[in-house]
Design a protein. Structure first.
Length: 795
């Protein structure tokens, strides 16, 4: 039993192997390997680094398979690099080949192994190139073993981010076109970058920045471009190398700097060279205005102008150009008038506006076809059944060309009330009393007149406004105007009269208006069912003024304000001041009485207002208000010794008022001194009292000025002796002389202050020294802030 089972297992295993073998054979025969493809054909590594390469089998049925693990990999030189299932390991410096075999196909990978790069440096930091340049970038590699390779440029991998600007091979750079780019060099795991600019310009200047052109001239404009480089180099014309563009090719276009005009308008031409751009503004047929040979045209239907309307373009710097054929012509109403290149054809009666447009400018021509610009006929007509029952009206048409024509027979006439007045070809016929409106229409224009039959053409009050004085009268009436056919009629007693304000004006049943009190009232007259009004002003003036807009006064002064009234019903200018009402805005500054007399009371400003006849006038008053206060001197120097004239000074003060007038106010000003012991002041007279300094202040109105005063302003003080030798009981007269700042001198022995340092030796009074005992003493004399000493020896 055991052997039988063992035998069955062996047979089963054989069967499985046979099936598996037959499947492999079938698969191999189903698709044959056509080629072997590697993910890399060349690898550069540093010692110790690895790189992975995959192998892909491609079969003749276009199917693929990753055979990296199945393939056989080998290295031609294991001392340089080894390989294991596609993983290449760098062993030593040098080059070798990695071979791959799968089935009947083989492929290989070139491997370069270098020392491990520790640092990579470049000999330039950036490049600014012109198209003619071709520099070489030199790389220096420092390896981990501290060896240095100064020529690593041909070993690095080079790349550029914009191949339209430059190309680079083994460090050799060649410009391709203007612009900027970045060159990258990679060696091992180290990378350096170099920014590159080609044709980098600092300035790009066109020969012109604005161009004005005419299409009709057909003259292209050549623009040159001057390029200035950062190093100062200049290319006078790079227009052929620049990139040109236009904002509006329908107006102007450009090729290599040559601008051609194509149509009216404006365009901006842009030139780009290197990293700079510049623009040129182009105006084509830029006109100030368009002018037409005709502005208003009158035509008859089916008429065509023999000559076209001429339209010219007016330029700021050129003679006008005929653009009749180039303009775009339109009609506001082609049923009335049609236009083509300035030739107008009238189609039907009416009005149209012909417009010629060229560029952004246009001009219009008014065209009237069989229509008048104006129709005239009498505005109002009066007829009478008993006298002038009929009347022929004239209708006058004025055309755009100035022609005048009587067209009453051509017009269409209508009457609003044919039972009152009938009209035919302008002939009026009255049938009964009443009113009617007659209209005449010709060429689309209508005028109307009013016709009255045995009725007034106009009814109104005799006046719309009347001015009365209190107690004055005016006769109001209703006036019936019949025109030229009958005299006007005045009606008063058939009118119902009334007043809006009986306390201002009253009216009796005869229309007599009487002024009662100051104010305005409306007088109303009712006649034949209609109301008519007039305004009555009582005791009012139309204007109240004063020739004095500003009064300048001093305290206690009186001045009179004069008034002038326009349309004063009293008509008595002499009594106008008494009839006005007066008021002061500040009665403590300036008061005003009932006659307009103003009195200045204290410094300040006030407004005096006079009111009369419903009007007011204001006069500004300034009392002791000054714009400037000036003293005759800025500084005073006095002396307490010497002549009397040296002891006093008189200062004059003048005030300048707002109207420009100047007045001496010395006696009216307030004077004061900051130190009354040094100097006193009265009405501008300053008197020296003692040596020292003080300030004299003078105030007038709203201004104050200050004058510094110095009394006894000395340069120095000296005595006739500087030392004395005396005997007891002897006396000696010392003299003290003051020298002032103005150079004058004075004997100040008596006003000076004398002092002895030792009265047991010597005493002094008013300069007289007396020896009282043996010894030494110092005599000190002081005056005007100065002192000096005399040494005294008594034996």
């Amino acid at each position: 039993m055991h052997k039988k089972l063992q035998k069955m297992l062996v047979m089963s295993l054989v069967l499985v192997l046979c099936v598996a073998y037959s499947g492999v054979t079938w698969a191999a025969t189903a698709a044959d390997l056509s080629k072997l493809v590697l993910s890399k054909s060349q690898v550069t590594l540093e010692i110790g680094d690895t790189a992975s390469v995959t192998a892909k089998g491609v079969y003749n049925d276009n199917s693929t398979e990753n055979v990296t693990i199945k393939a056989n990999w080998s290295s031609a030189n294991d001392a340089v690099a080894t390989v294991n299932h596609g993983t290449i390991t760098a062993v030593g410096e040098g080059s070798t080949t990695i071979s791959v075999v799968y089935g009947s196909e083989t492929d290989s990978v070139k491997v370069n192994v270098t020392k491990k790069v520790k640092a990579l440096t470049k000999d330039v930091q950036k490049l600014d190139l012109k198209m003619s340049d071709s520099p070489t970038i030199h790389l220096t590699a420092t390896y981990t073993d501290n060896t240095v390779d100064t020529d690593a440029s041909n070993k690095a991998e080079w790349a550029v981010d914009d191949s339209s600007v430059v190309s680079v091979v083994n460090g050799v750079v060649k410009p391709i076109g203007p612009g900027t780019a970045t060159i990258t060099a990679t060696y091992g795991k180290q990378t350096v970058s170099i920014p590159v600019s080609v044709e980098l310009v600092k300035r790009l200047d066109p020969s012109v920045t604005q161009v004005s052109m005419l299409v009709s001239e057909n003259k292209p404009v050549k623009v040159s471009l001057k390029a200035t480089y950062p190093d100062g180099d200049v290319k006078n014309d790079v227009s052929a190398l620049a990139e040109w563009s236009t904002s509006n090719p329908a107006v102007a276009d450009v090729i290599k700097g040559e601008i051609t005009a194509y149509g009216p308008g404006s365009a901006t031409i842009t030139a780009k060279y290197g990293t700079m751009t510049t623009t040129i503004q182009v105006d084509v047929d830029k006109t100030i205005r368009l002018q037409a040979s005709e502005q208003n045209i009158f035509m008859h239907s089916n008429e065509t102008l023999q000559n076209p309307i001429k339209v010219e373009a007016v330029y700021p710097d050129k003679a006008p150009v005929d653009i009749t054929k180039d303009a775009v012509w339109t009609s506001s109403n082609e049923k009335v008038a049609f236009v083509k290149q300035g030739v107008i054809t009238a189609n039907a009666p009416g009005a149209a506006v012909i417009t010629a447009q060229y560029g952004d400018k246009s001009v219009s021509i008014n065209v009237d076809v069989d229509i008048p610009r104006h129709l005239d006929m009498p505005e109002k007509i009066s007829l009478s059944l008993s006298d002038n029952k009929t009347q022929q009206l004239e209708l006058t048409a004025t055309y755009a060309n100035g022609q005048v024509e009587k067209v009453q027979s051509k017009a269409e006439w209508k009457s609003s009330k044919e039972d009152v007045v009938y009209v035919s070809n302008g002939m009026l016929t009255a049938y009964k009393k009443g009113e009617a409106d007659i209209s005449a229409t010709y060429g689309g224009v209508t005028v109307t007149t009013h016709v009255a039959v045995d009725m007034p053409l106009k009814v109104d009050i005799s006046s719309k406004k009347a001015s009365l004085k209190v107690g004055g009268t005016y006769e109001a009436a209703i006036i019936l105007d019949y025109g030229s056919n009958k005299p006007a009629e005045k009606v008063t007693d058939k009118v119902e009269w009334s007043s809006s304000k009986e306390d201002v004006a009253k009216v009796d049943d005869k229309g007599i208006v009487t002024g009662v009190g100051t104010g305005t009232a409306t007088i109303t007259g009712k006649y034949d069912g209609k109301t008519y009004t007039m305004t009555v002003e009582v005791g009012l003036v139309s204007e109240l003024t004063s020739p004095q807009s500003l009064i300048i006064m001093s305290t206690g002064e009186k001045k009179t304000i004069n008034l002038e009234a326009v349309n004063d019903p009293e008509n008595d200018p002499d009594s106008l001041n008494k009839r006005a009402t007066w008021k002061s805005s500040s009665p403590t500054v300036a008061s005003v009485d009932s006659g307009g007399v103003v009195t200045g009371l204290k410094s300040g400003k006030a407004m005096i207002t006079a009111e009369y006849g419903g009007k007011k006038v204001t006069v500004n008053v300034e009392v002791d208000v000054i714009s400037k206060l000036d003293a005759s001197v800025d500084y005073v120097s006095l002396k307490t010794a010497g002549k009397q004239s040296d002891k006093t000074a008189t200062v004059t003060v003048k005030a300048t008022f707002s109207d420009g007038s100047i007045k001496d106010v010395s006696s009216k000003a307030d004077w004061s001194t900051s130190n009354y012991k040094v100097a006193s002041v009265t009405d501008g007279k300053i008197t020296a009292l003692s040596s020292g300094k003080t300030t004299v202040s003078v105030k007038y109105g709203n201004k104050t000025i200050r004058i510094p005063v110095e009394v006894d302003n000395l340069k120095y003080l000296q005595t006739n002796e500087v030392s004395l030798n005396m005997s007891v009981g002897q006396t000696y007269n010392l003299t003290a002389t003051a020298t002032y700042s103005d150079g004058s001198e004075a004997n100040v022995s008596k006003p000076a202050v004398w002092k002895s340092s030792r009265i047991l030796t010597a005493t002094v009074k008013d300069g007289v020294v007396k020896a009282t005992g043996k010894g030494k003493a110092t005599i000190t004399v002081t005056f005007g802030g100065k002192s000096t000493r005399v040494q005294v020896t008594v034996k």
